[in-house]
Ligand binder design. Structure first.
Ligand code: FMN
Length: 216
């Protein structure tokens, strides 16, 4: 199986969590003899090549980060330039986000079913998972801990050609976190996470507090 992979993040490849996820996912894919060519939506210079590859491919995978509960605007802008396919191409999706609960990605998942139809493709399913905010903050083993889960899903996709299996469905994790966990996460956000984000912002050259409101 040869797959056209499109990273739908507006972030450049070097800073994209989706790219790091795809790194592991494709490692799994290739271990099962699948091949692929990856493109980045963030690089407008690639758009003509992606359109051409879309027209010529029968197996397509778009990996998408959730941006404000939805599909990134830059990806939508690109998708609107595609000519729907005629024939029997299949399209599948990786939909990932920062927050942990699966439920907040379900609206986007429903949209992707409609999108498949609008693009003239058979729907190969969506691999849904949150809890990916921190990928870009870590490197090495710490990053691997989060992204390596996708390697097995890459194997699964290469073998089945879709994300319809029970294994892929379970990969999402909890739809809604339990009340005690929600309380704990809330507390964490107000204390340790707040400090951690401030430290990261400082490292990126931010000189004002994160809740600075100059126009208030
Ligand atoms: C502007 C913006 C909006 C976001 N909105 C959501 C959201 O609604 N839900 C969510 O779970 N994550 C949200 N995130 C987090 C991203 O989905 C998450 O960090 C993802 O891994 C980013 O992938 P990327 O680096 O490849 O773009 C948002 C991130 C940004 C920058």
């Amino acid at each position: 199986m040869h797959v056209l992979i499109i990273n739908g993040s507006p972030r450049i490849k070097a800073h994209s969590n989706t790219d790091k996820i795809l790194e592991k996912f494709t490692k799994g894919m290739t271990s099962k003899a699948a091949t692929f060519k990856q493109y980045e939506i963030s690089d407008r210079k690639q758009w003509d090549d992606i359109r051409k590859a879309f027209d010529e491919s029968s197996e397509i995978l778009i990996a998408i980060p959730l941006y404000v509960e939805c599909i990134p605007g830059l990806l939508i802008e690109f998708l609107e330039t595609l000519t729907p396919k005629k024939g029997d191409a299949r399209i599948s999706f990786i939909l990932q986000g920062g927050f942990a609960e699966g439920i907040q990605l379900r609206c986007g998942e429903e949209y992707l079913k409609i999108l498949s139809e609008n693009l003239g493709c058979t729907y190969g399913g969506t691999l849904v998972k949150g809890d990916n905010f921190s990928i870009r903050f870590f490197e090495g083993e710490q990053r691997d801990k989060i992204t390596s889960r996708y390697e097995e899903m890459g194997c699964e996709y290469a073998v089945n050609g879709n994300f319809h299996s029970e294994k892929c469905r379970k990969f999402t994790g909890p739809e809604i976190l339990s009340a005690p966990v929600r309380l704990f996460v809330g507390l964490l956000q107000k204390t340790l996470a707040k400090k951690m984000f401030a430290r990261i912002a400082e490292g990126w050259g931010c000189t004002k507090p994160l809740d600075y409101r100059p126009y208030q």
